[in-house]
Design a binder for this molecule. Structure first.
Ligand code: NAP
Length: 337
């Protein structure tokens, strides 16, 4: 049976997901979409050569009898509303990160899902599906480098627009690290501090860039994450785990090496879509397969909530300059790993 998908939001990642669901993945097709800009949605479908019903309102997508499961790829502030509506309709929903704008918003989704009695939500945290991160995790869980003691990480973008602000470095960018580092270490955060080095001249008045976020986990692991979103040279994700017996590092994406003009060169990526293109394919195929099998296993609403609790503490730490606690409640049995 082909799973019929409805997609809310046909911007950059919405179009990417529509393309992959119809042209790359198995067992699903997009039958309905919505966007606040319906002309834009129609144009996107035409470009992708895909025939689907276009609605203006995401609720029409969710409630359409033609739609079996929903992808929420609209603006961050709409995620909570559409995810709650999908749960109310009893439909599985893949919601792009962040699950909601605050931990309270994520908690409302967690509570609604628990009340429903069965997992319906997968959050669009794709890094646990990335082959490099999976290989890194295997090295750790196989005990090859002993117990992890420290992690040194970096999230660098070439540049961002004028509407990207200091807090978005946490809510929009660091949110991926907040999820994947919990998954990698199988640990929760205990406290966080944010420090600001000298700001790059390539930034603007509303953005302090770069930032360094320093965590202590419940097990005592120390993690530093550099977020530098106007780094100028490329899109670069780094993660190095220092263990008791050795060090393991996230592999670089494969790239052609050139020798020219007395220089040795490796091309770097510049676009997030390219860096994680395979991981997006794998995460959405997993969602499709899990929906058909009747049991979701990917990043859960609880993972979305946990990332959001940590993000809220990071925002506090940005403003206070001090060390802020990350008050994470214990995991309900409903979300047992
Ligand atoms: P985008 O290009 O701005 O797309 C968002 C789309 O949603 C736009 O077409 C926007 O319409 C539309 N929209 C806004 N409100 C809506 C509503 N009430 N109903 C239906 N559509 C609505 O942004 P994007 O880069 O695709 O990001 C979309 C979401 O995906 C964000 O939450 C972002 O955090 C997430 N994301 C995740 C990843 C990842 O790595 N997992 C990567 C990129 C983005 P208008 O443009 O006409 O206003």
């Amino acid at each position: 049976m082909t799973l019929k998908l409805g997609v809310i939001g046909t911007g950059a990642i919405g179009q990417e997901h529509i393309r992959r669901c119809n042209n790359v993945l198995q067992g699903a097709k997009v039958v309905a979409v919505s966007d606040i800009n319906t002309d834009g949605a129609r144009a996107a479908l035409q470009r992708l050569n895909i025939d689907a019903q276009v609605y203006q309102d995401g609720h029409e997508v969710i409630n359409s009898p033609e739609v079996d499961a929903v992808l929420v790829t609209s603006w961050d502030p709409t995620h909570e509303e559409f995810t709650l509506a999908a749960i109310a309709a009893g439909k599985p929903v893949f919601c792009e990160k962040p699950l909601a704008l605050s931990a309270e918003g994520c908690r409302r989704i967690v509570d609604a899902e628990i009340k429903h009695g069965k997992r319906l939500v997968q959050v669009g945290f794709m890094r646990p599906y990335d082959a490099g991160y999976r290989a890194l995790k295997k090295v750790i869980t196989d005990g090859e480098i002993g117990e992890p003691l420290m992690l040194h990480c970096a999230h660098r973008n070439q540049s961002v627009g004028e509407n990207y602000t200091t807090d978005m470095a946490i809510t929009n960018t660091l949110i991926h690290e907040l999820d994947v580092l919990r998954w990698l270490t199988e640990d929760d955060y205990k406290s966080v501090q944010v420090v600001f080095p000298r700001t790059t001249s390539k930034s603007h008045a509303k953005l302090k860039d770069p930032q360094i976020v320093l965590f202590e986990t419940q097990k005592g692991i120390r993690i530093d994450v550099e977020i530098f979103v106007n780094c100028a040279y490329g899109y670069d994700i780094q993660c190095e785990v220092v263990g008791e017996e050795g060090i393991a590092k996230l592999p670089e994406p494969s790239a052609i090496q050139t020798r020219k003009n007395a220089r040795l060169g490796n091309a770097l990526l510049t676009d997030w879509k390219d860096r994680f293109i395979d991981a997006y394919d794998v995460e959405l195929q997993a969602f499709i397969n899990d929906v058909k099998a009747g049991e979701l296993t990917g990043p859960s609403a609880w993972d979305g909530f946990a990332a959001s609790v940590a993000a809220d503490a990071c925002l506090k730490a940005q403003n206070s300059g001090g060390i802020e606690p990350v008050d994470m409640p214990s995991r309900p049995d409903f979300y047992a790993r």
